[in-house]
Structure formats: C-alpha cells, structure tokens
Write a protein that binds this ligand. Structure first.
Ligand SMILES: Nc1ncnc2c1ncn2[C@@H]1O[C@H](COP(=O)(O)OS(=O)(=O)O)[C@@H](OP(=O)(O)O)[C@H]1O
Ligand SMILES: Nc1ncnc2c1ncn2[C@@H]1O[C@H](COP(=O)(O)OP(=O)(O)O)[C@@H](O)[C@H]1O
Length: 625
C-alpha cells in the first residue's frame, strides 16, 4: 500500500533534515515521548498514514524527501535537500568532526559583535556553527551565514558550518536543544558559548552593512495594504484613491489585488461559501506575501470576513519579511445597503443571493486593524486622509507631502498616464510626437481637451457619442473626440439603427470603423466617458491609476450638475474629484444593440440629453473668446 504524501511545515522540514543527519541524537524520530521534535499531520492525512503504516514527506515542490513510519515516527531518508544558498556550509555533525576535528564549537544565532569577536580572538581554532533554522536567527539565514563568514575572515583559524535548527517558540526549549546540538557537533571538543551581544554592541563595518541590508527600515520593507469591510463600504474606492497618491509620488510601484478582479482571475470559479472565501483570501494572501518578499507594495481589497483567515495572511506576510497593514473600512451595513451600488443588497434581501456578507453570512469585525475608517458622510479624500496619516505614523509610507511639482489642482493635467510617452491621436490616426508636457506640469489652456467615449463593441453607443459630440461642438477648437470598445471586433461599421437616429447633418458615420480600446487611447484622453459602469470598471481593473479620469457619462453629468454652471474645460476636470458620486447602474446608458429601432431611439435620446450638458461643460470656447 502506498504512503500518502504530505508537505510539512518549514519547522518540520528543518527537523526532518536534522533527524536524517543524526544531528538531534539522542532524538532519532518524530514524536518521541516528551520530545519537542514533532510532526503533526492533518486529520485526513493522519488517518490515511495510519492505515498505510506511514507517510511520505515531500518538499514544497513535491520532491519526496523521506518516509516516516507510523506508529513510531522513524525516518527513512529518500533524498537530501540539495538546494539553497550556502548549501555547502550545511554540514552534518559527522562531516564536521571529520573535516574540522578538535575545534571549539561556537553556536551563533546572530551577527557577532566586535566585543564577541574580541572574545574569540584568543580562543584558538574554532568552528562557528550558525543556527539558521526557521525562526531562530533575527537575520535571514543567508545574511547570518554571510555575517558569520565575515567574522571568520577576521579570526586566525575559524571555519563556518550551518545547521537548520528551528525555533519552537519557547526560549528554554530552544536553548536546551541548541546546547545539545552544539555538543553533538563538538564531539570530544569543547563548546564555547558566547555571552549575548547586549545593547552596547558594535559591529565591524562589513558586518554592520550585512545587517543593514538584511533588515530594511519600515519605509523600504515590502508592504501589504489590506482593506477589509462590507461590500460597498468603500474598500475599492479608497484603495484606488490611495494607489493614485502612491503613483503620483512616483517612488514605489504597486500591485493591485482588488476583490472583484481577483474573483474574475485568480479565484475564478470559487463560490461565496465559507470554505471558498477562505481559499480566496489565502490565495490573495499568498500572492501579496510573495510581492512583499521582494519589497513590493501590494494593495488588496477583498471583503475578507473571517478573522482567522486575515490572521493567516498576516502570518504569511510576516514570514515573507513584509509588513502587514490592516485597514478596516468600517462603514456600517445600513450605509452600504443604502448605497447598494451594484443592487446586490436588494437581491440578497429578496433571498436571490445566498450567503451574502452582512445579510446572510457573517462579517467578523477586526480587533487588530491598524486604522478604522467609517466613510459615512465623508468625502473620499477626507476618508483617505485617515489611512494616509496612519500609514505615515507607522513609518511604512509617507504620502502626506504632495509631489514637488504639484500645481493648483484645477490646472493639473488629469490622470496618471506618463505624459512623456508618444501618443497616438485616435481621431486623426496620426502618430504624434512625444508631447512636451511634463508630468504634473501645467497643461496649456490652448491644448484641446481630449474626450474618449467607451462602450462594449464601439458600434452603437460610443460612435453615436463621438459623432454627436463632434456635431454639437461644431468647430470648437478646444475639444477633440474619439471612441473605442472594451470588447468586440475591430473595423466594423456603425450599427445601422444607431446611424438612423443620428441628428441630420451629423457627419462621419459612413467612414466610421470600430476600434478596440488600447492603452495608447487611454493615455491620449484627458477624460474617458463610458456608457455603463461595467465599462468603467473594465478600464479601472487594468488601469487603477486612471481612476481620476474615467467616469460613466451619467456619473460625469451628475458631478457637472453639482459643480454648477460657469466652470468649464480643464478647470472643470480639476473640480470633478471632489464632486464625484458613485457610478450607479441607474446612470448607465442602456445597450440598444439588436433591440430594435425603439431601443436605438431611447439610447439616442438619453445620450443627447447627457451630451448637451457634457459638451457645454467641457468646452472652453466661450471662455477663450
Ligand atoms: N454572497 C456574496 N457575499 C459577498 N459578496 C458577494 C456575494 N456574491 C457576490 N458578491 C460580490 O463579490 C465581491 C466580494 O468578493 P470578495 O472576493 O471580496 O469576497 S470574500 O473576501 O471572498 O468574502 C463583492 O464586491 P465588493 O462590493 O467589491 O466588496 C460583491 O460585489
Ligand atoms: N468617503 C467615501 N469613501 C469611499 N467611498 C465612498 C465614500 N463616500 C461615498 N462612497 C461611495 O461608496 C461606494 C463604495 O464602493 P466600493 O469602493 O466599490 O466599495 P467596496 O469595494 O467596499 O465594495 C462608491 O460608490 C463610492 O463612490
């Protein structure tokens, strides 16, 4: 009967290696009575192992390392771990006694100080035994070996060996086990235990440099910004606004793992059962932790309703050496339900969505949040400020100072797309030279404002918007228009029912051909106006940094109405951020495709109403003349 396979924890993997090399003698097997060297199997694996008589332990990549018999826990090695930096220094007690006999063995769990070095210089031939197991050194294992090699180079006669003795989280047990291992390595020679470095310790310059490089300050550390809260609480909105600020500062890059986006990609197919939600969050946590391992910044915004799973993510990030910062977007259920921007709460109340968080599935309020923000009755910028202040206070990220070149908001060019890249003008289809506008610099008032309309296939609504807007604008030199589709085919003509409802005198429909939305077009545009919220979301999923310039046409007009008459062009764009309301479904322009002439007429009338207000507000012609 074949043994079930199991990949143990990092601590257990370290122990396995030590058991197979005889490092832990007199302990020779897992789970000896009273021994701290344990292997714990999940219930199903334990049951299968008991009936098979043992378990096969594999490394995280699935390579079989050893068989462990049950009961008894005796270990039969299959392969030795052969990889990892400085592997050549991982010597067994037998190898040490053979290669480096009669040396005092000095256990090392941290970089050695100048004072400790001084102590060693008169000690004769030594073997510095670096304890590099999981959780033992404060430094990473590689840095501890590097620092120990640097110290050995300063001594007259010293060698270095490494042993992966892991911490059990109990100082007394760790100390006893460490002493026992050191004695095993020493054999007949002595063990020389150095006193702790103490607070006044100083380090040789090369050792100090190794410590510093290994322990980045909080501002250089990887960071996982974790927004948790009910659906509609404002997680994505705040996360996106925060990412804008990070990108504007230009110091760090970001990986965004938005709840909805993850569900469409990394977690496609998962449901909202407790188990699937946990899987979803652990996947997000795993990816985010890997990003933090490489000192990146990951911004994640799932509901993450369960405390235990959030704690697991915290532990994963911690293990990867990153910092975990929990933002509880604590907008109460009543407010989220009032917003109901996706209409999901209403459905959940009607029983059409089972296990809906806050209604029929629990949300466990975090007790360990680094900051708690209730967005009720507050502007996005105001709520964001709480997060920014808390981040700065924690020392991870200081977004309080605006970029040096910050200009008065009404004059700053909108959007986060780099302004120095070559831009294609989608209207004329000519490649334009790189613009002379530097990021953050004033956008010359004389430059036309570029408006991009977006719908699904660029054959009904967005071409109608483009052509009608141009018709309404007449010869207005302050405006340029283009359109594109999120999906669908390119080079299709405009849909005939929509051509039929164009205003008399509107030109361009004969030559019009559909186009798929590209990054170049998004960069070209000063403002992007979409037919539906789903188009806006589609763009923001891939380009969260464009948050400030993408609106649904209906959402834009609501904000314009709020700002009032008399504000035009770029000045208007500057004020939009403060007046931005939600892109709710009732503001969408319904899709008339294949729904007959009446639907085309309805869509055209709806668009006309919105466009008249839009063109009047976006045009600076009245002001310029
Ligand atoms: N049953 C149920 N409960 C909660 N939410 C639901 C459900 N069904 C669909 N949705 C939509 O999915 C979004 C939440 O997905 P998450 O991946 O963040 O949820 S979880 O963390 O796995 O619990 C959430 O999006 P946000 O509003 O952005 O939070 C909802 O739009
Ligand atoms: N102060 C605020 N902070 C964040 N969102 C706000 C605020 N005030 C109103 N809202 C609105 O609440 C809604 C929150 O939606 P969203 O950010 O998608 O939430 P979640 O990602 O938590 O589901 C948006 O429509 C947003 O415009």
């Amino acid at each position: 009967m074949s043994y079930p396979q199991y990949c143990p924890s990092p601590r257990e993997l370290d122990d396995l290696e030590l058991l197979t090399t005889g490092t832990l003698v007199p302990i020779v097997a897992f789970n000896e009575p009273g021994s701290p060297v344990t292997l714990s199997l999940p219930g199903d694996v334990q049951a299968a192992a008991e009936s098979a008589g043992g378990v096969e332990l594999v490394d995280p990549e699935g390579l079989p390392l050893a068989r462990v018999s049950l009961p008894g826990g005796a270990v039969e090695p299959l392969t030795h771990a052969q990889y990892g930096p400085f592997r050549r220094y991982y010597l067994s007690p037998e190898q040490v006694r053979e290669q480096h006999p009669d040396r005092k063995v000095v256990p090392v769990v941290d970089a050695l100080s100048e004072q400790q070095l001084e102590r060693l210089s008169g000690a004769g031939p030594v073997l510095l035994l670096a304890f590099v197991g999981t959780g033992t050194p404060d430094l990473t294992p590689t840095a501890l070996i590097r620092a120990t090699l640097a110290v050995a180079a300063r001594l007259e006669d010293a060698y270095v060996a490494a042993v992966p003795l892991a911490s059990r989280g109990d100082a007394t047990v760790d100390h006893a086990l460490g002493a026992q291992v050191a004695r095993t390595y020493a054999g007949d020679a002595d063990v020389l235990a150095l006193p702790d470095a103490g607070d006044d310790a100083t380090y040789a310059p090369d050792v100090a440099a190794i410590i510093e490089a290994d322990q980045p300050g909080p501002e250089e550390q990887g960071l996982v910004l974790f927004f948790t809260g009910l659906s509609g609480s404002g997680k994505s909105t705040l996360a996106q606004a925060l990412m804008d600020r990070v990108l504007e500062q230009g110091i760090r890059t970001i990986t965004s793992l938005d709840g909805d986006v993850v569900r469409r990609n990394l977690s496609a197919g998962l449901t909202f059962s407790k188990q699937d939600r946990e899987t979803n969050i652990r996947r997000i946590g795993w990816v985010a932790a890997e990003i933090s391992r490489h000192r990146g910044l990951a911004v994640v915004s799932p509901i993450a309703p369960f405390d235990e799973t959030r704690q697991q993510v915290r532990a994963m990030v911690d293990e990867a050496g990153g910092a975990f910062f929990l933002v509880h977007v604590a907008t109460p259920l009543e407010e989220c339900e009032r917003r109901d921007r996706k209409g999901l709460y209403a459905k959940a109340r009607r029983g059409e969505i089972p296990e809906f968080t806050g209604i029929s599935s629990p949300y466990e309020e975090p007790q360990d949040a680094d900051v708690r923000v209730d967005t009720t009755g507050r502007t996005i910028d105001d709520a964001l400020q709480d997060v920014i202040d808390a981040l700065a206070e924690a020392g991870y990220l200081d977004l309080r100072t605006p970029p040096a070149a910050e200009q008065p908001p009404s004059l700053v060019e909108q959007g986060g797309a780099p302004a120095t890249t070559a831009r294609r003008n989608p209207v004329s289809d000519e490649a334009s030279a790189p613009t002379e506008v530097e990021e953050g610099a004033l956008a010359p008032a004389s430059k036309p404002l570029k408006v991009l309309f977006v719908c699904t296939a660029n054959i009904c609504r967005s071409p109608y918007m483009e052509l009608t807007a141009r018709h309404l604008a007449g010869n207005d030199p302050t405006l340029e228009f283009a359109s594109a589709g999120t999906h669908g085919f390119t080079d299709e003509p405009m849909n005939q029912p929509m051509v039929e409802v164009l205003h008399p005198g509107t030109t361009g429909h004969d030559d019009f051909r559909s186009r798929r939305l590209t990054t170049a077009e998004l960069e070209w545009a000063d403002i992007v106006l979409t037919a539906e919220a789903s188009h806006r979301q589609f763009i923001l999923d891939d380009n969260p940094a464009l948050f400030r310039k993408v609106f649904t046409l209906g959402q834009f007009i609501e904000a314009v109405a709020d700002i009032g008459a008399g504000v035009h062009g770029r000045e208007l764009l500057g004020q939009l951020q403060q007046r931005r309301g939600p892109a709710t479904a009732d503001l969408d322009v319904a899709d008339p495709y294949r729904r007959g002439d009446k639907a085309a007429r309805t869509a055209a009338d709806h668009i006309d109403r919105l466009l008249r207000a839009a063109v009047a507000a976006l045009s600076s012609a009245g002001k310029a003349t």
